[in-house]
Design a protein around this ligand. Structure first.
Ligand SMILES: Nc1nc2c(ncn2[C@@H]2O[C@H](COP(=O)(O)OP(=O)(O)O)[C@@H](O)[C@H]2O)c(=O)[nH]1
Ligand SMILES: [Mg+2]
Length: 417
């Protein structure tokens, strides 16, 4: 399945149904009186968090979601029925952000969680409602109250216990494939991994989820390589596993580059517990391993573990070290993913820049223009607004294309599996 971790969609709750204006007219019944019923309430926009979904790809194909309007009231005191709700199903870990991405409107972190994002408008009163002692034949019946509408961003932040970071080709995907049943694409060129992969590892009878994300390179925070936007997926991790390619010339420099990118990204990543691992030890001479381990230990000031993901050497000590930190974090912050998320500074949407790549920057500008146009339109009359809305929608569709993962690469992935 294709991976998409952000989508912009339009949601609208249903308008209320109109009240009816009607009078009872029956043979032999004089002064039948008003009997127009009230309109029904419009449908709500409901978002539900479901397990076994791990992409927002569905929202690339449909971007407009409108709940049904309430049914109108009718004569003979018939109240209109409620319009049906529209249900959006999103994967666990989805945040709903406002149009300008400044506010987190909702954070869906457990399967089964359900929120009413927009309530439908109330129905209007029928004329029976306005009957009083002094006005026994009211002709007033109200239209329904309008529904609410808005553009929102859906942003998926995968929920994992451990996040893999490192330069491209450090062996992250190899490690994930070695310790879990995930089968990410592995090859000896940078940026083989184009989207995050999750896998479940087990150690000492406990299971935990590992997230593999595309590699970072120097300047990722400025958009170099694939940028740092995938770091959002490890924001909620309890521990980071930092892999260093032992065959590289300067391992300390590799360590420093990644730490700098984590610092630039913010979002609490820098402060997370980290396990540093010297990978690809099968390809190194013992004295080389010793020298590189010593240099790394000095650089990070903590214990460094030697490992070879491909040969399966030293994998267990790494898993147990991760497990120990995960268990400690669980005992401190609680078991649920939300607990980990809260301490990870979720709710501050600021560090997340969804359109960080150099190509995407143009889109950002487009966005701004749109907003300006909209602001101007507010002074115009309603008809213009509607026309402009349509234009905006078209442009947003293009934006969706930019955010996705490239089709071709994805197809290759499929063949591999
Ligand atoms: N010798 C050796 N090669 C490895 C090891 N782990 C990964 N590789 C190789 O390094 C290359 C990049 O691995 P990959 O897992 O795609 O790295 P990623 O970019 O960090 O995900 C591949 O050619 C792997 O075969 C290891 O432990 N030892
Ligand atoms: Mg990879």
């Amino acid at each position: 399945m294709k991976f998409l971790d952000q989508a912009k969609i339009f949601v609208k709750s249903g308008e209320g149904g109109a009240g009816a204006c009607s009078f009872r007219r029956e043979k032999y019944i004089e002064f039948g009186g008003p009997d127009g019923g009230d309109g029904g309430r419009g449908g709500d926009v409901v978002v539900e968090c479901v397990a076994n979904l791990n992409t927002l790809i569905d929202f690339r194909y449909q971007q407009h979601f409108k709940a049904q309007i309430g049914h109108h009231g009718q004569g003979r005191n018939k109240t209109g029925g409620k319009g049906s709700d529209i249900l959006l199903r999103v994967p666990v870990g989805t945040q709903i952000l406002s149009d300008d991405k400044d506010f987190v409107l909702a954070d869906l972190t457990t399967a089964g969680q359900r929120i009413v994002l927009l309530k439908g408008g109330d129905g209007g009163f029928g004329n029976a409602h306005y009957k009083t002692s002094v006005n026994q034949a009211p002709r007033r019946a109200d239209p329904g109250w309008p529904g609410k509408e808005m553009w929102i961003w859906l942003r998926l932040k995968l929920i994992a216990d451990c996040g893999l970071v490192g330069l491209p080709n450090a062996g992250k995907s190899t490690f994930l494939a070695a310790v879990t049943r995930a089968r990410p694409k592995i090859a000896d060129y940078p940026f083989t991994t184009l989207h995050p992969n999750l896998g479940v590892a087990s150690a000492g009878g406990e299971e935990f989820i590992i997230a593999d994300i595309p590699g970072l390179i120097e300047g990722a925070h400025e958009g170099a390589g694939l940028g740092d936007r995938f770091l959002g997926h490890i924001e909620r991790c309890r521990v980071l596993l930092h892999l260093i390619d032992g065959t590289s010339e300067d391992v300390v420099e590799a360590y420093r580059v990644i730490r700098e990118e984590l610092r630039q990204y913010g979002g609490g990543l820098e402060a997370k517990p980290e396990q540093l691992v010297l990978n690809k030890c099968d390809a190194l001479a013992p004295e080389e391993i010793e020298a590189k381990m010593a240099a790394l230990t000095q650089a990070c000031g903590a214990k460094v573990l030697p490992m070879s993901g491909a040969a399966g050497i030293g994998v267990n000590p790494v898993l147990f070290s991760l497990l120990a930190q995960i268990l400690q974090s669980r005992s401190e912050q609680g078991h649920g993913p939300l607990a980990a998320a809260l301490t990870a500074g979720v709710g501050k949407a600021a560090p997340w820049a969804p359109l960080a790549g150099p190509d995407d920057e143009e889109d950002e500008e487009d966005d701004d223009e749109d907003e300006d146009e909209e602001a101007d339109d507010d002074w115009d009359d309603d008809d213009d607004d509607l026309a402009d809305d349509d234009e905006d929608e078209d442009e947003d569709d293009e934006e969706q294309q930019v955010n996705g993962v490239d089709d071709e690469d994805e197809d290759e992935d499929g063949e591999d599996e």
